[in-house]
Design a protein around this ligand. Structure first.
Ligand SMILES: [Zn+2]
Length: 298
């Protein structure tokens, strides 16, 4: 009896150790560095059981590889200094790098140019990436090269930025501003990230913490925009009888009117002039995008 008791204990300890190795194994750590708004430098520590790396493509007519075209100086090595051999493929919906000649644990290092605005797109820049006067707006999936489409809470991200810069995301308060831990793959990829010297305002409406960024060129119309946003939030919350998440991020910038909604965030462009009269246009767009925070992306 005693022996089998110890055997069971040993087996359960082994199971615990093995399963925690499984959890650790899936972890991906990204260091994201910026010193200006023209490019982002990324160092990622990961394991590639699939021997593949991925980045989704949203294709502008004149840029077949989409956002993957802006990846520069891609360098992949393992701890023994083996540099991975790379082949790259356009798979229509995503870009895929095939790796050879490395151990499972690798370091993936690259620059990402923020030059998306140079190309025409069927959907707006607000759904991809853009340089603004006060920062860089980018959707996670076009920033992070990933080792799998895994949806576990396996992503850790640290931002290394000049003093006085900040990062805005739909993160909860459990994560510090510069360090996000155990983020789900889908939440990492399908959300707006804003990095720079911008102003972020948190508006509490009911149980919701709404982080709002109003770009520098729209700043003079902040009150008008918020005047329309706040009652929208309340009306939609009341309609649904609650709010699915505690935190959201909303980004407004100037541009040809358009909007893109993500898991816990949306990004929208407004055409000037912003006034009560023109609210027929942008106000309608804003309700539409705000509604997406409840009903999902479709
Ligand atoms: Zn829509």
């Amino acid at each position: 009896m005693k022996n089998s008791f110890y055997q069971i204990r040993i087996i359960s300890i082994l199971v615990l150790i093995i399963s925690s190795i499984g959890i650790l194994k899936a972890q991906v750590k990204y260091e994201v560095q910026l010193s200006d708004y023209s490019k982002i430098h990324v160092i990622a520590y990961m394991e590639t059981s699939e021997n593949r790396l991925y980045m989704p493509i949203q294709i502008p007519n004149d840029l077949p590889n989409g956002p993957a075209s802006f990846v520069r100086n891609l360098n992949i090595h393992d701890q023994n200094g083996n540099v991975a051999i790379l082949n790259a493929f356009n798979k229509e919906d995503f870009y895929e790098w095939h790796l050879e000649n490395h151990e499972e644990k690798i370091v993936v290092e690259y620059d990402l140019l923020i030059e998306h605005y140079l190309y025409n797109r069927p959907f707006g820049l607000e759904e991809v990436a853009n340089r603004e006067e006060d920062g860089v707006m980018i959707i996670g999936k076009y920033l992070f090269i990933i080792p799998s489409w895994d949806e576990g809470n396996s992503n850790n991200v640290e931002f290394i930025l000049p003093e006085s810069w900040k990062v805005s995301t739909a993160r909860t308060n459990n994560n510090s501003q510069m360090k996000f831990q155990r983020v789900k793959g889908i939440d990492l990829r399908e959300n707006v990230i804003y990095i720079g010297e911008h102003k972020e305002e948190t508006i509490k409406i009911g149980g919701v913490n709404l982080r709002v960024i109003i770009g520098a060129s729209l700043e003079a119309k902040r009150e008008t925009i918020l005047y329309y946003l706040k009652p929208n939030m309340v009306a939609i919350r009341d309609l649904f009888g609650g709010t699915p998440r505690d935190y959201y991020l909303i980004v407004f910038n100037e541009g040809e009117i358009a909007g893109g909604a993500f898991n816990q965030s949306y990004s929208m462009l407004f055409e000037k002039p912003i006034s009560d009269n023109s609210s027929v246009l942008w106000g309608h767009g804003m309700i539409h995008e705000t509604f997406h925070l409840w009903n999902g992306r479709n």
